[in-house]
Design a protein around this ligand. Sequence first.
Ligand SMILES: Cc1cc2nc3c(=O)[nH]c(=O)nc-3n(C[C@H](O)[C@H](O)[C@H](O)COP(=O)(O)OP(=O)(O)OC[C@H]3O[C@@H](n4cnc5c(N)ncnc54)[C@H](O)[C@@H]3O)c2cc1C
Length: 804
Amino acid sequence: MKTHTQVVIIGGGVVGASVLYHLTKLGWTDVVLLEKHELTSGSTWHAAGGVHTYNSDANVSRLQKYTIDLYHEIERVSGQSCGIHAAGNLVLAANQAVLDNIRMIHSRGQYLGLEMHLISPREARELNPLINDKEFIGALHRKDGGHVDPHGVTQAYAIAARNAGAEIHRFTRVVALEPRPDGGWLVITDKGDITCEHVVNAAGLWAREVGRMAGIELPVLAMEHMYIVTEDIPEVVALGRELLPTTDYSGEIYMRQERSGVLMGTYEQDCRVWSPDATPWDFNMQLLPDDLDRLAKHLEIGFKRFPAIGRAGIKRVVNGPFTFAPDGNPLVGPVRGLRNYWCACGVMAGFAQGGGVGLALSRWMVEGDPGSDIFAMDVARYGAFATPAYTNSKVQENYQRRFRMAYPNEELPAARPLRRTPVYDRLQAAGAVFGANFGLEVALWYAPKGMEPVEIPTYRRSNAFAVVREECHAVRSAVGLMEISGFGKYEIAGPDAALWLNGLLAGRVPRPGRMALAPMLNEQGRIIGDFSLACLARDRFLMIGSGMAEIYHMRWFERHPPPIGTVVRSLAPALTGFAIAGPNSRELLQRLARANVSSDAFKFFDVREMAVGMVPATVIRASYTGDLGYEIWVTPDYQITLYEQLVEAGSDLGLRHFGSRALMSLRLEKGYGAFLREFRPDYTPMETGLARFVSYDKADFIGREAALNDRATRPLKKLVALVVDVNDADAVGYETILKEGKAVGQVTSGGYAHWAQKSIAMGYVRSDLANDGETFVIGLFGDDCPARIHTTPLFDPNGERQRS
Ligand SMILES: Cc1cc2nc3c(=O)[nH]c(=O)nc-3n(C[C@H](O)[C@H](O)[C@H](O)COP(=O)(O)OP(=O)(O)OC[C@H]3O[C@@H](n4cnc5c(N)ncnc54)[C@H](O)[C@@H]3O)c2cc1C
């Protein structure tokens, strides 16, 4: 083994092998993979090898499609068979909810170029004669996907990487990691030491342990997972072609052909965490004792829905562990606070996702950027809240819900409440129905007296619909009160604060007492932040952005640190706040503030540090509702007092609590985009319309060159707002926008605008079609809904209300 290399990858499962291959493909050939046993000896060797393209995040779907297409390439490059069975697959719907779900997948898949068709149960039965079609009401036939050979795939990556110059050392265990002053790492193994510039944690079942070697606790945990393999089935033998792999969501069953029988697995409700605290180092190429009793209920349903399987004997049961992050998506990317420590772990579907994970991570390492927005699998989507106990609870919930419908309005209960602001109990007493954002309890809407504070999960309009309408109307006609503590908040203080912000952000840095909207770009000129920047003093700024992106943004700030003497820190736990919005909001603030807050004295985008009643606060005149409004920020010790004052002073002004559901409705009718929806690293300022906040004439800022090129080129797509003619369901996101039957765009978010009384979808369409009045069709749960571009906001198009 050499003593120095550019990259050490720890782990020779399918994921580590994919990262190795992709690094060599991008030109980094001085790379070493260390594997403590044989390649594949963790989760990889016993996987069912099933692959499919769909994920609830569009970009993860794209990477899954990339992974599947890649198998032909690595077969060709390596000469090693991947055992590709590209039969496609079937998803069966036994009830209306699943039917809605597969219709949504179908609508989303068109823009992604995923070939799929909605078919009848009878047609499904023709493709898979084991199906009892009387049990189902519909099906989705996906043309891509199938299954591959886990061993063959891993070997193919490894051979191709070795041929390009990479080294693989088997039976070499990494026992410790030490950071070096030059930013690299000393990797200590049981066969000697090796220094490197970068370390990749692709340790699968041991990802936690390899995280701990660097002093971090990654939110990853293994679950036991079982499948059965049957004896030969006459119907399969007689088929003369391969059986189509099939998933039955409501039965929570997947199946595919295995020789002349069938492999059938389930995500059982009576699930088991494996090795909750630490993974034994000597667990190599091993299975776990099976426990068919745990599967009995699911197998019974399976035998009813696929009767031929019930008639066959069980030849073998496989029970193996594999890892999950709390939301089931991988943990990929550089870890905040560590230099050159990269993650490629928590990959629950290594054969569907491993290629995409390898591609994204390698690009990130070699080119400085993953190539597209992969926030859905970025390790930075978790913060300190993702403790081992949180992870344990969430991973079990995720496992149990693996084949359950994920409703857009659903908030999952495990590990909650976790983060709470002081006012939580008061809001609960006011009827708040909470959701969790970055571990923090956030009020979604407020159930009026007499109504149970529970929202029923659905793809259609929920029981909260009428209440949210009332909340929106209260904001537009009187005054609404909303807790906004969940936003990301950062303090930048020091003599060079303005200088640093000027280079970090694409927008203008405001003068003292003013706020500005400030997009942040990466070197490729794509949107990685969308901040409100308030200048409290020449050397002190408050920056507000997405709460979910706190670690993501802090990691970026650390990569581009301010000069010594200037400090940036997250105020996540240190600042709480309320928004008041609506025509009576000024009167409400004036009742509590000694300072003059009249329209002349306190203008739109003004910022003041002032007393609000008895409470010292920072007040910003701005509102994401698009209405007259203010944000009032205080330290947590004052939050309850501020709340009580606002509620009391607003009681005769028509004050009503509103939650984030109403906020989404209000911002949609105003045409405001949201970070990680409309504004994300997939898009540029010209595409998003954020170009008007970019100061192209500034001497320098990150992404300037790319932004200038972007401005000089006609954008391929543009963000638009569409009014959609719907029945009882609004757009959710990622639906395909069709023009004359062709996919010309994609929805980014949607919902009902209660004040404007219109269903709205925001999304990107081909720029030649981004014209006022242009018409399209959006498929919503089986309905082809006409949609029309509205280039002026439906609410307050001239901004008179917010500036009043
Ligand atoms: C029963 C079952 C069925 C499955 N079916 C499917 C399926 O149909 N489709 C699908 O996509 N996925 C499936 N999976 C999941 C799939 O197996 C995993 O997603 C995948 O194997 C994860 O690969 P990995 O490389 O991340 O981890 P692993 O395979 O666990 O690899 C990690 C490697 O790192 C090595 N290592 C760890 N620590 C060190 C160290 N300190 N030094 C050196 N080496 C180290 C280990 O020895 C191991 O070889 C299934 C899993 C199970 C259990």
